[in-house]
Every structure is written in structure tokens, then in C-alpha cells.
Design a protein around this ligand. Structure first.
Ligand code: CA
Length: 281
């Protein structure tokens, strides 16, 4: 299956190809993707979208989109996210007829994790590497998703931006303790290890997986945003919401440029994939 992904490109243009979601409701899916290296030496993010020119494949198996944010010294982070993206893409196709979209996503994530773990233990040496991964699968007009790590998936509809997944950070575990009265909010906010990931690909087994328990029914005007934390550490949810509100035909490139215009010191790699659901002409 032909797909495309990028591990190294400074920037990548958007696909102009669109996909009709269902004949009867006249929706089409318009993908847009862009990434920027920021102020870093390596582009450690990878992304992938189904080859929308393969109409037969899309009709049968849906549209897959993913973003992976690699971690590790030297070029290991880059390798981790690239391997995860490649393996996830291959494994996201049904293994047997009738395999459900959630089962496909779950299996693909486990296999991608195993592949990244193998990279970490190649040649008997333990290498410190790993990657986050967020993925969505749109079948007809239903969207399913899965996540490990702290990349994000958002759903924008009619002026409201909703984060669909919950990041696997130690901070979120601390916030659970706050909810249970075991810690103060201030202690949670100031914890030095708050940003540590509690789950990511590259572990012997995935400690936590966040996955949709029912599909989201897409409507015309909806946008799905997948992004690495290079975007969300630079732009707030309110800023992203404002941007969606102001731009009916939003593009990933414009959103990334918006983040870069804030000139954040030591800007992290930014990767954005947007799936917009429009009415067909
Ligand atoms: Ca990052």
C-alpha cells in the first residue's frame, strides 16, 4: 500500500486530494499536513496519511492519519518515530475480514510498540529511545482514535475545540491525586517530574493506551487536529480555537506558521495533520 510520511523534511506540503466520506451525505474529507523543525537540529516527529489516490483502499479500509513524536539522543528519536509510523501504517489494515477499526488500531499500536522496542535493544545494547503516537481512522463518516504519550488529538466543531485523548504524563497522574484529595493543585503544578511520560512506544509493553470507546460521527464543518507537543507547548487551546474560528478553510501550514510567529525560544519540532470534513460542491 502506498503511503507517505516524513521524518526529516523541514516542511511538507498539503495533499490536494480529497475523499468522499459517503455518497448519501455529500461529505468529503480534506487532509492537510505540515511540519517544521523549529530551533532543533533534528526533526524527530513523523506523520503519515493514507494514500488518498488509492480510492479502492480508502473505500474499503478508511483513511488513517497519525503523528509520532520521537525521543532519544543522536538521531534515535527520529528513527523511533519513523519506525513507529511505518509499522503502524502497515499493521492498520485488517488482518482478517471484518476486523473492527478499534481492533485494527489497537493491534497496530502494539506491533508498532514492539518494533520500537526492538530498535531500543538492537545488538543487545539498550538504547534510550521512544516515541509517542496518536492516530485516527475515519471509516465512512465515523472517526476512531488511539493514543500513547503526550501528542494530542482534538475535535473542532462550531466554535468549540475538544481534546479527545488524555496525555500520558506524570502531571495527569498527579492531577488525579488532586481530585482524590491526596495532593494540592499547587504541589501538582510545581512537581519537577510533571512532564515525564508515563506511557510511550518503546517500552517492553505499553503501560497505558487511550482509545475511543465509540466512534465520533463526523459532520460537515468539523476539523480533526493531530499534533505533536511542539504546537501545544507554544499555542494555547484558546489560541488554536480562535484560529479555527477565523479560518473556514484552515491549513496545517498556516497553523504551524502561527505557532512559529510566536518566536518561542528553542522551539520544538512541530507537526500538524488536519482532517477537515466539508460538504462536497
Ligand atoms: Ca516534541
Amino acid at each position: 500500500m502506498a503511503r507517505f510520511w516524513s521524518g526529516k523534511d523541514k516542511k511538507t506540503g498539503s495533499s490536494k486530494k480529497t475523499v468522499k466520506l459517503a455518497k448519501k451525505n455529500r461529505y468529503q474529507l480534506v487532509p492537510s499536513n505540515y511540519q517544521h523543525i523549529g530551533d532543533r537540529d533534528n526533526q524527530e516527529d513523523s506523520f503519515a496519511i493514507s494514500d488518498l489516490h488509492d480510492e479502492e483502499l480508502v473505500k474499503k479500509h478508511g483513511v488513517l492519519a497519525l503523528v509520532a513524536d520521537g525521543m532519544g539522543g543522536l538521531s534515535f528519536g527520529e528513527e523511533a518515530s519513523r519506525v513507529a509510523a511505518q509499522v503502524f501504517l502497515q499493521e492498520s489494515l485488517p488482518e482478517e475480514p471484518g476486523e473492527s477499526p478499534p481492533a485494527r488500531l489497537h493491534r497496530a499500536l502494539l506491533r508498532a510498540n514492539a518494533a520500537v522496542y526492538d530498535c531500543a535493544y538492537r545488538g543487545g545494547n539498550e538504547i534510550d529511545l521512544g516515541t509517542t503516537l496518536v492516530a485516527t481512522l475515519v471509516c465512512k463518516s465515523e472517526m476512531h482514535w488511539i493514543s500513547a504519550g503526550d501528542s494530542r488529538i482534538y475535535h473542532y466543531r462550531k466554535g468549540f475545540l475538544t481534546q479527545l485523548n488524555r496525555e500520558h504524563t506524570y502531571k495527569n497522574q498527579l492531577l488525579d491525586k488532586v481530585d482524590n484529595g491526596l495532593l494540592t493543585r499547587e504541589e501538582a503544578d510545581n512537581h519537577p517530574e510533571g512532564a515525564y511520560l508515563t506511557s510511550f512506544l518503546g517500552l517492553p509493553s505499553l503501560s497505558e493506551i487511550d482509545q475511543s470507546n465509540k466512534p465520533l460521527q463526523l459532520q460537515a464543518g468539523d476539523h480533526i487536529l493531530l499534533c505533536s507537543d511542539g504546537l501545544t507547548n507554544t499555542m494555547t487551546d484558546d489560541e488554536i480555537t480562535y484560529y479555527f474560528k477565523e479560518n473556514e478553510h484552515i491549513s496545517a501550514e498556516e497553523l504551524v506558521n502561527q505557532a512559529l510567529s510566536k518566536r518561542q525560544p528553542y522551539q520544538d519540532n512541530i507537526t500538524v495533520v488536519i482532517l477537515s470534513c466539508n460538504f462536497t460542491d
